[in-house]
Design a protein around this ligand. Structure first.
Ligand SMILES: [Fe+2]
Ligand SMILES: [Fe+2]
Length: 190
């Protein structure tokens, strides 16, 4: 089951991202790094959750693979990873996570599902708009992978809280769309 986003990324973002692609690439590397770290963090926080540890171990491996590929692209272009500039979008979504353990697990899974879905959307836009055919292929492949991750998080969320998953997802999706509309447009993945 795919995660449905409630607003589209603006054309302005696409223009900026294509024009300042080097900046997007650096940010993209940091996003893959954080995705791998988040997967391991979920595994650490909920070690007793059936099936979660293995799913997160596999995901961390895949995201680290993406990171490795993006780092290779950076190197090829003579770019350096540099310091992580932070991600106000992901931070704002993560601030919505409730504290009690069950709610916390559900919210973390749903926030991850939304971030993956937004990443999929934007990587697909890059795949459609970049000029270099190798980069287009690369982003099309990565977008497909992020789509799978969004579905995985949603599936895990449904298993965790079959009763409340859909209504909580609807709430968080509204917040996500509001963030996308209100945060400044920058040449970054989010
Ligand atoms: Fe990834
Ligand atoms: Fe991902």
């Amino acid at each position: 089951m795919a995660v449905k986003l409630l607003c589209d990324t603006s054309a302005e973002w696409v223009e900026q991202a294509v024009e300042h692609f080097d900046q997007v690439l650096v940010d993209h590397a940091h996003c893959e790094k954080k995705a791998a770290a988040q997967a391991l963090s979920l595994l650490s926080a909920f070690p007793g959750e059936p099936g979660l540890a293995r799913a997160m171990a596999r995901l961390a491996r895949e995201e680290a693979g993406h990171l490795f590929q993006v780092l290779a692209l950076l190197e090829k272009r003579g770019l350096c990873l540099g310091a992580d500039g932070g991600d106000p979008y992901a931070q704002a979504l993560q601030s919505q996570v409730r504290q009690p353990a069950r709610e916390r697990l559900l919210d973390r899974l749903l926030v991850s599902a939304l971030i993956e879905a937004r990443s999929e959307e934007r990587l697909s836009l890059l795949a459609a708009r970049l000029r270099d055919p190798a980069l287009r292929d690369f982003y099309a492949r990565l977008a497909q992978a992020e789509k799978g991750h969004g579905e995985l998080f949603l599936e895990l969320a449904r298993k965790t809280a079959p009763q409340s998953c859909d209504s909580r997802l609807a709430e968080l999706a509204r917040i996500e769309a509001k963030l996308i509309r209100s945060l400044p447009v920058r040449p970054r993945i989010h």
